[in-house]
Design a protein around this ligand. Structure first.
Ligand code: NAD
Length: 480
């Protein structure tokens, strides 16, 4: 049995109270790791370590910080297979997705922000030829970084990389469901020569360890990715201390397919945007709107592809859909499928748990499910299901579909499929979300702002936006 320890001040330590959380392998339904159920005392200890490390790290030359980050990326890359296999065991995702997306993008997060750091410039200006103004940028302090279970290492490193590039130190609280790769990452930090206390990892539950981190007065900023309900609690606590906050929350993203699209590409990519990572990506397009003239043609092409997807052993490179992260999450997803039936929905394919054989017989597998005949206003088309379940709805006009897409409490992302240039621009600009993909999905340029509107979050991260978040800027005006 794998037993995790916290990583504080460069040392692997047991939590102060020896309680543990069971961590399941979602493919087998068996406990395979024990996660420290850390308390406020552990958080306090870690924040002290981060605070102590801050005074030196914040003044460390940026080329030194960048070199360490490049080393972290290189070591991670040399252990890519080991990390991908661990992510599969811990999360249930397929080995192909873990390798190509999770670990690949984790490596890139460190490389990108190391490079960004080396090329940062500050603003300066001369006022009326009499006064010279310049910006002095300083790291904000100790950051609390809280991450979810769907893309465990990828989303954690999306926070750690800009944080330490900016000269901040941090205490991380990964998801209690998927803590193993975060634990493994600590050994990479040690090997890369990251000074003790710059990154601290405390494992445990959200309402205890997570809340203690958010409430700690020495933690100046919180970057949180997770569900909207938890995000609201984090926001309430953080705002009482006037902390800087970045919230990347849930989504219920529209995928809009016009009759003039590249049909093959729209269908193939919609399969990915619906079912990649078992639909457990905040950016999945779970509400598919198809123009009426091609609605039936779309279903005729899309449904068989969804039905034929290989659901199974996530360690097999042929597998396309792995296991959902936990039993409770699987039950929630299946509950939404039942609700769809009650709401008059037609299950075009899937609709249930996928029962596998042998070692995988207790795994949390759900068939890719396509639902039609439900109103866009019903619960299954409005609430975040976060599983391999999509609803498909016909629409007539551009104006109608813009209204339908915007009729959501969330505002994270949207995809648009059309070959008409002015329509692409019109629709993309009219949808109230943080990211719109036109004729593609999940392409990311890390220099672009990433975040959501409405109940999908507050703030933007990426490139200069992350640097804004992790630093304070002071304007200095020098006159003679
Ligand atoms: P969650 O909110 O249950 O947990 C996320 C993290 O927050 C975990 O580490 C958890 O322990 C911690 N946490 C929970 N309650 C807390 C509290 N009161 N105080 C402090 N920390 C707390 O979310 P989840 O189920 O792990 O992840 C799925 C959700 O994350 C989905 O809603 C998904 O859309 C969202 N998500 C959003 C993005 C994005 O970029 N917008 C990316 C990935 C996932």
């Amino acid at each position: 049995m794998l037993v995790l320890q916290n990583f504080i001040g460069g040392e692997f330590l047991d939590a102060k109270v020896a309680n543990f959380i069971d961590s399941y392998n979602p493919s087998t339904g068996k406990v395979y790791a024990k996660i420290p159920d850390s308390t406020e005392d552990d958080i306090n200890f870690a924040v002290e370590a981060a605070h102590k490390a801050f005074s030196k790290w914040s003044k460390t030359h940026r080329s030194v910080r960048a070199n360490i980050m490049y080393r972290i990326a290189d070591i991670l890359e040399s252990r890519q297979k080991e990390f991908a296999e661990a992510e599969v065991r811990d999360q249930g995702k397929t080995i192909t997705f873990a390798t190509n997306i999770d670990i690949n993008r984790s490596i890139y997060n460190f490389r990108y922000f190391a490079g960004y750091l080396l090329h940062m410039e500050e603003k300066a200006s001369v006022l009326d030829g009499r006064a010279f103004n310049y910006v002095k940028r300083t790291p904000s302090g100790v950051a609390g970084l809280i991450s979810p279970w769907n893309l465990p290492l990828y989303l954690l490193t999306w926070k750690i990389a800009p944080c330490i590039a900016a000269g901040c130190t941090c205490v991380c609280k990964p998801s209690e469901f998927t803590s193993v790769t975060a634990f493994m990452l600590c050994s990479v930090f040690k090997e890369a020569g990251l000074p003790d206390g710059v990154v601290n990892m405390v494992f445990g539950n959200g309402p205890s360890a997570g809340q203690a981190l958010v409430a700690h007065p020495r933690v100046r900023l919180i970057s949180f990715t997770g569900g909207t309900v938890s995000g609201l609690k984090v926001n309430t606590t953080a705002s009482m201390h006037l902390k800087k906050i970045s919230l990347e929350l849930g989504g219920k993203n529209a995928n809009i397919i016009f009759e003039d699209c590249d049909f093959e590409k729209a269908v193939t990519t919609s399969i990915k945007s619906s079912f990649s990572n078992q639909g457990e990506i905040c950016l999945c397009g779970s509400r598919i709107f198809v123009q009426s003239s091609i609605y039936q043609k779309f279903l005729d092409a899309f449904v068989p592809k969804a039905r034929d997807m290989i659901v199974g052993d996530p360690t097999d490179p042929q597998t396309e859909v792995g296991a959902l992260v936990s039993k409770s999450h699987m039950e929630k997803v299946l509950g939404y499928i039942e609700l769809a039936k009650q709401e008059g929905g037609v299950i075009e394919c899937g609709g249930g748990r996928k029962q596998l054989e042998g070692e995988l017989c207790d795994g949390y597998f759900v068939e890719p499910t396509v639902i039609t005949n439900v109103k866009p206003s019903c619960r299954v088309a409005q609430e975040e299901i976060f599983g391999p379940v999509v609803t498909v709805h016909p629409f007539e006009t551009e104006e109608e579909v813009i209204n339908l897409a915007n009729d959501s409490p969330f505002g994270l992302s949207c995809s648009v499929w059309s070959q008409n240039g002015s329509r692409m621009r019109r629709v993309a600009e009219a949808i109230d979300v943080g990211t719109v993909w036109v004729n593609c999905w999940l392409w990311r340029d890390l220099s672009m702002p990433f975040g959501g509107t409405k109940r999908s979050g507050i703030g933007r991260e990426g490139g200069e936006y992350s640097m804004e978040f992790y630093t304070e800027q002071k304007t200095i005006c020098l006159a003679d």
